[in-house]
Design a protein around this ligand. Structure first.
Ligand code: CIZ
Ligand code: SF4
Length: 304
């Protein structure tokens, strides 16, 4: 089958299966193009929960499809490539977290959405990169065990200095590679561009940003800003929507290394196979799902 044939088959199967296709901002262009909605993990999970369709094809990584299932237990959630995981999410296990909680019994556990359902279930409240600051500010206690991203933890610690943030040593393999040298080079090459950085990046890089935000916030900022040129410090998949929404503006990547190999596993063919063979279905133990949902609900219930 050529790509046009695959696209046609996907659309036919989508109707037959009563399905929606959602794609994360980091997916390859062709997958974003075929999707009903593009967004960050939380926007997509909420969209799935509100949809009346029975089947969700979640083009993203494992923890994202899990979040959709946590919010939509009655729906069939499919992850087209079962090996598409997030190395950062795997950097904290529930056993390790239980040990850390014993070491810091006074601390409230804030868990970044990039984590397994088990880890969410063991946490007090979830956060995303859009709302981590507000989530931490909403907590009464001073001590906060923040898992699993050390860089997001460090950004939150800078923005909410009244809290004692205990960081977990996890990191995103893609953003972690960014360096001050990358910043120096682009600043020299594109003097009039604004530098928009994701908070999963190392502190020294975040400190140099003109704007720090999640994928959603970077997309919103670039549309609103009067600037015409931007250097983007997050995974390259975001360029698809940035360029589509802002045809009059120019976007450069901070580094050519900004590619997440797991996000790139989903292809048109895997979306087709997912719908054709109804794979790979995401299931979560009901006790864990309910507890993980509580941590997500607590995040939703704070005034954001
Ligand atoms: O929550 C998401 O989708 C992630 C992982 C990043 C972001 O900034 O959107
Ligand atoms: Fe995980 Fe980083 Fe890939 Fe996001 S970009 S899925 S945090 S490895």
């Amino acid at each position: 089958m050529n790509k046009n044939e695959i696209r046609k088959k996907i659309l036919e199967l989508k109707e037959q299966r009563d399905a929606i296709i959602v794609a994360h901002n980091y997916q390859i262009d062709e997958v974003q193009e075929i999707s009903d909605v593009i967004g960050d993990s939380l926007t997509l999970s909420k969209y799935c929960a509100e949809s009346t369709k029975k089947v969700i094809v979640f083009c993203g990584v494992h923890f994202m499809a899990e979040s959709a299932k946590i919010l939509s237990p009655e729906k069939t959630v499919l992850l087209p490539e079962i090996d598409a995981g997030c190395p950062m999410a795997d950097m904290v296990t529930v056993e390790e977290l239980r040990k850390a909680k014993k070491k810091h019994p006074e601390a409230v556990v804030v868990c970044y959405i990039n984590s397994s359902a088990e880890v969410k279930a063991e946490s007090d409240i979830c956060c995303t990169s859009s709302n981590a600051i507000q989530v931490v500010k909403s907590i009464k206690e001073k001590d906060i065990l923040f898992v699993p991203d050390q860089h997001l933890a460090s950004y939150v610690a800078k923005m909410v200095p009244e809290k004692n943030i205990i960081p977990w040593p996890g990191y995103c393999i893609t953003h972690h590679r960014l360096t001050l040298e990358d910043v120096r080079k682009v600043r020299e090459l594109h003097k009039d561009a604004e530098l928009l950085i994701h908070p999963e990046s190392p502190k020294e890089v975040v400190d140099k940003a003109d704007f720090v935000g999640s994928t959603k916030q970077i997309i919103e900022y670039a549309s609103k800003s009067k600037s015409k040129k931007f250097v983007i410090g997050t995974e390259m998949g975001i360029m698809y929507k940035l360029k589509k929404d802002n045809p009059d503006k120019t976007f450069y990547l901070l580094s050519q290394g900004l590619i997440c190999p797991n996000m790139k596993k989903n292809t048109l063919m895997s979306v087709y196979n997912a719908l054709n063979e109804m794979k790979y279905e995401i299931n979560i133990d009901e006790n864990i799902r309910v507890k993980a949902k509580e941590a997500l609900d607590r995040m939703h219930n704070i005034q954001l």
